[in-house]
Ligand binder design. Sequence first.
Ligand SMILES: Cc1cc2nc3c(=O)[nH]c(=O)nc-3n(C[C@H](O)[C@H](O)[C@H](O)COP(=O)(O)OP(=O)(O)OC[C@H]3O[C@@H](n4cnc5c(N)ncnc54)[C@H](O)[C@@H]3O)c2cc1C
Length: 421
Amino acid sequence: MLKPIIIVGYGPVGAILSLLLARNQIPVIVIEAATKYPEEPRAVGLFGPSHSVLEDAGIYEEEKRQGMPSAGLSFRKRAVDDGNGGQRMGDCIASAKFAPEVNGETPPGGHFILIPQAKLVRIIAEEMKHADLQQFATVQMGLKYLSSEETEDGIKVIAEDTEGNTHVFEGSYLVGADGSRSDVRRKLGLKLHGTSWPERLISADVLRTTNNVPEIPSCLVVDPELWAAITPLERIYPGQPGLWRYSMAVSDESVPDQELEKAEFVISMLKKHIDGPYNQEFKVIRSKPYKMHQLLCSSMRKGRTFLAGDAAHVNNPIGGLGLNTGILDADALAQTLVQVLKQGRPESLYDRYSYERRRVFQLYVDPISKSNKQRLHVSSPDIVANEDWFLASIMSDDPEEKFSPYKWMANWKTDMAAFKM
Ligand SMILES: Cc1cc2nc3c(=O)[nH]c(=O)nc-3n(C[C@H](O)[C@H](O)[C@H](O)COP(=O)(O)OP(=O)(O)OC[C@H]3O[C@@H](n4cnc5c(N)ncnc54)[C@H](O)[C@@H]3O)c2cc1C
C-alpha cells in the first residue's frame, strides 16, 4: 500500500494540494505549525485558471458563494485635499469591468473573486470533512516540521508539537508548502535567487463607513511615493460599515522597520489614502508590514521532496499573482503524483514538474509581477495613463485587445499529461 504523502504547511497551497490528492484517493498527512490558521492580511484576489483548479477540487461554487465577484479595476491618482475639511479620491485614469457574462453567467476564470486566503483555507477544511475525503487526508495542526531524511522506500519526517514533543512520520514523498521561509527548502539545501525591492508595504484591513462607493471600488493608486492597492473585502453599502484592504507603499527607506509595526504609523499612512473628512473614524482590524521580493528556488524537486507555492517562489503582491501561481503549482504537482503513482507514468515526470513550474514563473509571473508594481510608481500617473499598454488594454473596446484574465493566464496552468516522457 502507498505510504502517505506528507505535506508541510496548511496554508492555501498545502490545503488545496491535500484536497486534490484526497479526491484522487492518494493518502496525505498535512502538518501545520500554527494551532489555527492565521488571519493575515494577505491574498484576496483569485482569478484566471486557478478557478478551474478550484472547480476540479470541488470548491469553486463555495468560493464564489463566500467570496465576492470584483466589479473590476480602476487606476487612480493619489487622494487630494477637497478644500472642505477632508480629501477626495484621486482622479481616475483608467477603469474597466472584468466580468464578461455569457448567457447571464460569468464563466470560471472570466472574473476576479475577492476572498481572503484564510477563508479559502476554511472552505477547504470544511470540504475535507466529507467521509470519502477524510479517509485519505489527515491534518495535524500545531506540529512544526524539523527535519526529514530519505529511507529505502520513502521519507521519514520529524516534527515537534507546541509542548516540545517529537513526532515521527513515515511517508512516500514530502511536499514543502510551508511558505517563503520554508524550513523544508532550507533542509534540502536549496536557495531562493532573485532581487528584493527597497520599498516596504503595509497591508491593513480597515473597517470604515463611507457614502462614496464608486462603481468600481478596487483601485491601484499610481504615484511615485504613495502608490497603493485598495479593495473592499466584502460588499460595501453606502453609509454602512464595511471592510476594506489598504496595501500601501512605504517609499521612505529611512523609516525603521519597527516603526511600520506601530499603530500610529499605520494610521498616519491610512490618513494619506482614505477619502472623506479628515476627522472621520475608522478601525484597523489587522495590519502587517511586508518586504517585497522577486525570488525563485533553483529547483522545485530534490529526491523525494517537492516544493510548491511561496516555498518555491515569491513575488511582490501587486496584481495578486502569488497565490494564483501557487494554486497552479498544487494542480501540476497533484497531476504529477497521480500520473506516476496511479497511471504508471515514469518518475522523470517529477523533474518535469520542477522545470515547467519554474519556467512559468520565469517567463510569465516574475516579469508581469515586476511591471505590475513598477507601473504604479516609476513615472507620473499622466504618463502611465497615456503610455502604459495594460491601461490601454483594460480600456479597449476590441475583444481581441481587451485584457481577459483567463485568456492572458491560460499558459500559466501546466497540463502534465501533455508531456511525452
Ligand atoms: C499583502 C499581500 C497581499 C497578497 N495578495 C495576493 C492576492 O490578492 N492574490 C494572490 O494570488 N496572492 C497574493 N499574495 C501572495 C499570497 O499571500 C501568497 O502567495 C500565499 O499565501 C502563498 O501560499 P502558501 O500556502 O504557499 O504559503 P503560506 O500562505 O505562507 O502558508 C504556509 C504555511 O506553512 C506553515 N508553516 C511554515 N513553516 C512550517 C513548519 N516548519 N512546519 C509546519 N508548518 C509550517 C505556516 O504556518 C503557513 O500556514 C499576497 C501577499 C501579500 C503579502
